[in-house]
Design a protein around this ligand. Structure first.
Ligand code: SF4
Length: 467
């Protein structure tokens, strides 16, 4: 049964549905601009290294690190991550050896006098690594990089594969934030997605993390999964709110079976909720989380009002990177591990997505680079506009013009003119200085950003639906 507190207003749903039917086209999630499909194996590698060297001469740019730990014991059928499914425990030690080699090859390229302000362990399942390997990896990282005292160090946790020793090992490494994969607490949904996770396991993980001194615990949920209904999702929300996480991410399930063949198992449409049901779930999440005191940060993120993400949102200093929303803007990102992405102000580069190719490059003493991208000044200008659309409630052309050194309203007059339909439908409110994204427009940030994406007109790309 839906809790009366979380009842959705039918008129809001009906008008939102009409807009979704009109605007729900596939599009990027804009964790970067240009987006990853633009990266190319033909990138000029010498120019890429020059760009990294130039970036390292800028002492003002801090460092952000990402380590991709790809192993999972079993595949969740909805999964969109780059994973390696195995139960072979020795894989962990072999992989940490590779990460140490990659650190050794990368260190000479980086000005390590710059402080690390952010480090994230993603996966896969970072707790696939036994505690001794977590310690070994931590020592290798700390022997190369210096951390700022307030660095945000976070790890993705799978409560099903967690022990207290894992929690303590990542804490020893410096982790002060954790995000827990939950997705849905309903047993039938969990069976349908091949991820059995009793609520008690999630609660135990949160208790261990708080006892170990993690400052922030975040929970990830997904709506749009097989067998989910607004009623079942309302219960999931109630159960998770009762655990009192500091942040929540409520993602829309991205159905991309052409990229993730395991998702074909859901192709029986009777299993997947309708667009109407998905919208009801999203509305429920927004209503329930706001009623419980969380601030809606943007798109799919919610945080307690005193959480630094909510503070950055209020102050207009929020930024977006490959891990989602962040308060650490302007840092150069160095990614380690298969498929990880690195970013300087003027470039992107991505490691091999295949474990064997990643290993082969490192064994040959080479950086495991698969593809990359060098940004033109036009790309950087458009990135500033796209990031403002994704991160702020107001896009101000005057402020942007001051920042970028040219008249944004004039330079992007054609793109701005295409916003008329969005304004007429109440998704944005325009004025002489820019536009505001309305509460209804919150759902359509990707659609608004797409109007400024120069690459979308250059050829077909397959993305998930925007809503
Ligand atoms: S645990 Fe996470 S990364 Fe691994 S298969 Fe499940 S969803 Fe994917």
């Amino acid at each position: 049964m839906v809790s009366p507190r979380y009842t959705v207003q039918p008129t809001t749903i009906e008008s939102a549905l009409e807009l979704i039917r009109k605007y729900n086209i596939p599009g990027p999630r804009y964790t970067s601009y240009p987006t990853a499909p633009q990266f190319s194996a033909d990138v000029d590698r010498t120019a890429l290294l020059d760009e990294i060297a130039a970036d390292n001469r800028d002492p003002a740019r801090a460092l952000s690190l990402y380590f991709h730990l790809p192993f999972c014991e079993s595949l969740c059928w909805y999964c969109g991550c780059n994973t390696v499914i195995t139960r072979r425990r020795s894989s962990a030690g072999e992989y940490v050896d590779l990460l140490c080699q990659e650190l050794a090859l990368t260190a000479p390229l980086v000005n390590t006098a710059r402080p690390v302000t952010q480090l994230h362990f993603g996966g896969g399942t970072p707790t696939f690594l036994p505690p001794a390997e977590i310690d070994r990896l931590g020592q290798a990282i700390h022997s190369v990089f210096k951390f700022s005292p307030d660095a945000e160090i976070s790890v993705e946790i799978d409560p099903r594969r967690l022990t207290k020793e894992h929690v303590e090992a990542y804490r020893r490494l410096g982790c002060n934030r954790a995000s827990l994969g939950v997705q849905d607490t309903n047993p039938e949904v969990q069976i349908a997605i091949h991820r059995w996770q009793p609520l008690a396991q999630t609660a135990q993980a949160i208790t261990w993390l708080r006892e170990a001194g993690y400052q922030s615990v975040s929970v990830d949920l997904i709506y749009g999964l097989p067998l989910q209904t607004p009623e079942s999702f309302a219960k999931t929300l109630e159960e998770i709110i009762a655990l009192n996480p500091d942040r929540l991410a409520v993602f829309s399930y991205a159905h991309v079976p052409w990229l993730k063949p395991a998702q074909k198992i859901f192709d029986d449409r009777a299993q997947l909720p309708s667009t109407e049901a998905k919208l009801a779930m999203l509305t429920l999440a927004t209503t329930a989380l706001t009623a419980a005191g969380y601030v809606h940060i943007g798109m799919d993120h919610f945080a307690r009002p005193d959480d630094e993400l909510a503070v950055a949102h209020a102050e207009g200093t929020l930024y977006r990177n490959f891990q989602g929303y962040t308060t650490r803007a302007g840092a150069s990102l160095y990614g380690f591990g298969m498929s990880s992405i690195s970013q300087t102000d003027g470039s992107f580069r991505q490691n091999h997505k295949d474990l064997e190719a990643y290993q082969k490059a490192l064994t040959a003493g080479e950086l495991p680079l698969e593809r990359g991208f060098l940004l033109s000044s036009e790309d950087k200008n458009r990135r500033a506009v796209v990031m403002d659309i994704m991160c702020r409630s107001r896009v101000d052309f005057t402020t942007l013009s001051r920042r970028l050194g040219f008249d944004v309203g004039e330079a992007y007059a054609t793109e701005i003119a295409t916003l008329t339909d969005l304004a007429a439908d109440g998704l944005i409110k325009t004025d002489a200085e820019g536009f505001e994204i309305t509460p209804m427009g919150e759902l359509f940030r990707r659609i608004i950003a797409m109007r400024f994406d120069e690459y979308l007109s250059r050829g077909p790309r397959k993305f998930s639906k925007t809503v």
